[in-house]
Design a protein around this ligand. Structure first.
Ligand code: DQA
Length: 149
């Protein structure tokens, strides 16, 4: 039997505050709500989902390093680290699996410092601006791509 596809979702700093954090930008759903939605999509699609959140850059870099050989895809909302983290970019560049960057908000429509992503150049795809649906779209997209391959 083929091994189950494994997706690792990594959520960066302050995403644990979703629900109360600037709901006019990020929406009313909590991270647990988004996780539940993604879990049910993965279960339906026969994939395994590992879901992590950390406020620590070091911890997130370690998670990406440990994903090599343990996860087939990374879906990452690096939050504020997106715009500043060379260590995260380097870790993602090393990761041999496929990786998708996501954001709830359209970062290009906001403050100019959010316009640049340190990680976009080392990922396979980017989904942004659809709120919680950005996560759903990324996961559904992965499942469909794998099904078609
Ligand atoms: C974010 C956008 C980032 O600029 C911000 O720092 C976040 C969330 C988003 O999902 O829209 O924390 O990644």
């Amino acid at each position: 039997m083929a091994e189950r596809l494994k997706i690792l979702a990594i959520n960066g700093p302050n995403l644990n505050m979703l629900g109360t954090r600037e709901p006019e930008i990020y929406g009313a759903q909590t991270l647990a709500d988004i996780e539940a939605r993604c879990r049910s999509i993965c279960e339906e699609g026969g994939a395994e989902l590992e879901w992590m959140q950390s406020n620590s850059e070091a911890e997130i870099v370690s998670l990406v390093q440990q994903a090599a050989g343990n996860a087939d895809w990374i879906v990452i909302n690096a939050a504020g680290l997106t715009h500043v983290s060379v260590p995260l970019r380097d870790a993602l560049a090393l990761y041999p699996g496929r990786k998708i960057e996501i954001h709830l908000s359209n970062v290009h429509k906001r403050e100019s410092f959010r316009d640049h992503s340190m990680i976009s150049a080392v990922v396979d795809g980017v989904v942004l601006g659809f709120g919680a649906m950005s996560y759903v779209m990324a996961i559904r997209g992965i499942l469909e791509m794998v099904r078609e391959s």
